[in-house]
Design a protein around this ligand. Structure first.
Ligand SMILES: CC(C)(COP(=O)(O)OP(=O)(O)OC[C@H]1O[C@@H](n2cnc3c(N)ncnc32)[C@H](O)[C@@H]1OP(=O)(O)O)[C@@H](O)C(=O)NCCC(=O)NCCS
Length: 203
């Protein structure tokens, strides 16, 4: 008999797109439709570098999804093509079974395979900080918006990254059209307060 928690990962297929949208919508709640339409537009814009799904044991139901897409790093020497991870979703009834963690590991490997020198994201430092990511500010990286708390902007450095690759991350326009950079008040102020209690400022 197959364990109910069993799942496997594979690259997304075009026939999965509706199911991926449904998983994103279920995972992100009120923000779900917006995140799902953002990701559809990222796909249509040709910015996707890798897209993976977690499927159930029989392989016919999508239970998780991760997207890796293109962004730039505006370094002093030149504009650098980098990768970013977003969105990450696990269907609510399949959360807490390790699917999100496995998708992150696969996304890091997928970003490495593209040859891009880093994988960036905006997200919870409590969640991603124990899954391979570190504070991007430690490596001279600035988030796309000053409305991204410094602790939430995180990175995995990959082979090919060089010391001069510092500066601001720049999102393609689709992320701005969907208001997907940083947070706005009052959520931003709440998060800054939480982080100030939990994290020491960087020197
Ligand atoms: C975040 C998410 C993908 C995790 O998926 P998952 O399959 O449950 O992940 P795992 O089982 O590997 O890990 C579960 C861990 O995630 C933590 N977690 C879930 N949501 C979290 C959040 N918003 N902030 C911080 N940690 C979170 C759980 O507390 C648990 O931590 P633990 O391992 O220390 O107990 C899933 O909760 C989800 O889809 N959330 C809604 C969408 C979202 O917020 N995506 C991330 C955007 S940055």
């Amino acid at each position: 008999m197959t364990s109910p928690a069993a799942y496997s990962l594979r690259p997304v297929r075009e026939s999965d797109h509706d199911a991926v949208g449904a998983v994103i919508e279920a995972a992100f709640g009120d923000e779900g439709p917006e995140v799902s339409s953002l990701w559809t537009e990222v796909r249509q814009s040709g910015y996707v570098l890798a897209e993976l799904v977690a499927v159930d044991a029989r392989g016919d139901e999508v239970v998780g999804h991760v997207g890796v897409s293109h962004a730039w790093l505006d370094a002093r020497r030149e504009l650098v093509d980098v990768a970013m991870l977003s969105p990450l979703s696990t269907r609510p009834d399949r959360q807490e079974q390790g699917i999100g963690t496995t998708l992150i590991e696969a996304a890091i490997e997928a970003a490495r395979a593209t040859g891009r020198p880093m994988l960036c994201l905006e997200g919870s430092p409590f969640f991603y900080g124990v899954r391979g990511f570190e504070r991007a500010a430690l490596h001279g990286l600035e988030p796309p918006s000053r409305r991204t708390p410094e602790q939430a902007f995180q990175v995995v450095l990959l082979p090919g990254r060089e010391d001069w690759m510092t500066g601001r991350l720049v999102y393609p326009d689709v992320w701005w059209r969907h208001e997907a950079a940083g947070l706005r008040d009052p959520d931003l102020a709440h998060l800054e307060e939480l982080f100030a209690q939990k994290f020491k400022p960087l020197d």
